[in-house]
Write a protein that binds this ligand. Sequence first.
Ligand code: H76
Length: 482
Amino acid sequence: MRKPLIILLAWLALMPALSLAQQPKQEKSEKQEIPLKYGADRLGKRQDPAMVKFRDNRLGAFIHWGLYAIPGGEWDGKVYPGAAEWLKSWAKVPSDEWMKLMSQWNPTKFDATAWAKMFKDMGARYVKITTKHHEGFCLWPSKYSKYTVAQTPYKKDLLGEMVKAFNKEGIDVDFYFSVMDWSHPDYRYDIKTPEDSIAFSRFLEFTDNQLKELATRYPTVKDFWFDGTWDASIKENGWWTAHVEKMLKELVPGVTINSRLRADDYGKRHFDSNGHLMGDYESGYERRLPDPVQDLKVTQWDWEACMTLPENQWGYHKDWSLSYVKTPIEVIDRIVHAVSMGGNMVVNFGPQADGDFRPEEKAMAKAIGQWMHRYGQAVYACDYAGLAKQDWGYYTRGKQGEVYMVVFNQPYSRHLIVKTPKGVTVQKATLLTTGEELEVVETTRNEYNVSVPAQDPGEPYVIQLQLHSKEGNKDTYRDALT
Ligand code: H76
């Protein structure tokens, strides 16, 4: 009998080599880099405790809540099929008229404790909240705007209540913040005249003030997730995006910032002109995911994806029959898909104007939670495993180097194919939930058939693999001469 600890250590030691084997070649280092003042300020992943926590959380929930929840996609008797939080734009509603919705903002069913419990039960380790979406309405009583909860019949600080209740459940709170603000007269899409430039400077100062306000009023905030940063006006002011990142990091120790905020000296976004990630994690995978075979480059940096339940509805829309709505298994598949490639997944919820969630979202949170309760070990604090993707599902790797197979496609052959790199053997396979040992047959060198469980679990399930890497990684096995 070999000592399990030795096996684990050997496996861990092998990981860097393994990852390289599965990843595209690094860019050539002799490549000439152009000097940048506002490019990436770091190469590679952040490894401090706050970043490790962000990464280990893996599953988050998104809350899109604002005035758009009141009309729910309908304006003047017409239902618009586009994203409900963009209704103001679809129906071409002027801002002063849109803001009249504030007189109806009174979410009497809102219960921060109940929300916290729902997300806790779902297994979400963090929640991203829209502090202010494009419309400009603030969920906190900002002293820099007239369009806030304080000026509605509800009056109370909704953001503050959520932060308190979520933190009490041990859930990290991240702030979504849209830089583009449809309610502000000084916002500009483009800078065409000196007047535009002056107005936009005022707008950036206003934005700084709101961000400082958020960072100081809610010091437990863990992350700022910027949106609405794609316009020419912001791309031409890359210095400002670098300044915001720095400012927030000085105000909130450990805070993380998404790449979407950032533009460099040349207006290049997310990745600077030298190809280096700006901010702390890549945030471009929205309603889509990297290909598990073609896009392994993403395992080189931290990233976070986000998804909607219908095709593209973030805020509350009254008619979910207008597009396909994903099933819990499809959502769980995306969560595991992200983790298997070293990313996080944030699942979106669009609460109703009355402060309650639609039944479909409550059912979704519950179903995800039931699965996470049984199989979360293969998700939380897990990462890319360095093994070649197989058709049955996804591999993830835990902190101790243990490998999980998350099986989404149950095969008629009743065995699951596992391929290992040279020198790595499969020692044992067990069903995570019951500990049932599954038969492992080596079919050819570095290829195995792992038997499916005797009883079909009837849901996506997890097998834990014990792998062993031979010392020196030597293998004299002769491949076919062709
Ligand atoms: C476009 C756009 C916005 N970005 C998504 C995260 C939603 O907030 C959507 O309205």
